[in-house]
Design a protein around this ligand. Structure first.
Ligand code: SME
Length: 133
């Protein structure tokens, strides 16, 4: 990201490097547009394009303004199924001036893939994205 201030360009490369290094099923961003999230840069299978505030893991992370780790997506009420292969998920909000402007969503084909270490590094990435903006 050094020398690049465009948020979408940085999101595109972040999705690519995380997907390539860790091989997760789906890695990408949803951008806040009005009262919903709209699909942004991602790597992986085709995904749902719009998610309402408070809906699914992504919309809940936006509403709560906090990272959500789901060990088993079948146990998260209202989880939005984009791919039947996803088993666990982490969603990190990207916050600028106190407002969520996007979320970073990563899906894994394994149960219980994500922990506090993932949360720490991904939250750091979300802060860097905003600083570059
Ligand atoms: N499962 C997410 C929807 C996005 S896809 O996983 C790419 C959710 O419940 O918000």
């Amino acid at each position: 990201m050094e020398g690049e201030e465009d948020m979408v360009a940085n999101m595109a490369n972040i999705s690519a490097i995380i997907k390539e290094m860790f091989g997760f099923h789906w890695v990408g961003f949803y951008l806040v547009k009005g009262n919903e999230l709209v699909l942004g840069p991602f790597q992986g299978p085709v995904a749902c394009t719009r998610i309402k505030f408070g809906k699914g893991v992504c919309g809940s992370s936006w509403e709560r303004k906090e990272t959500i780790i789901v060990d088993d997506i079948d146990k998260f009420p209202g989880h939005i199924v984009c791919s039947p292969l996803s088993k666990s998920e982490i969603v990190v909000p990207i916050v600028a001036d106190g407002e969520v402007i996007a979320v970073l969503d990563i899906d894994s084909e394994n149960y219980g893939e994500f922990d506090g270490e993932d949360r720490g590094f991904l939250e750091e990435i979300s802060r860097i994205i905003v600083k570059r903006e």
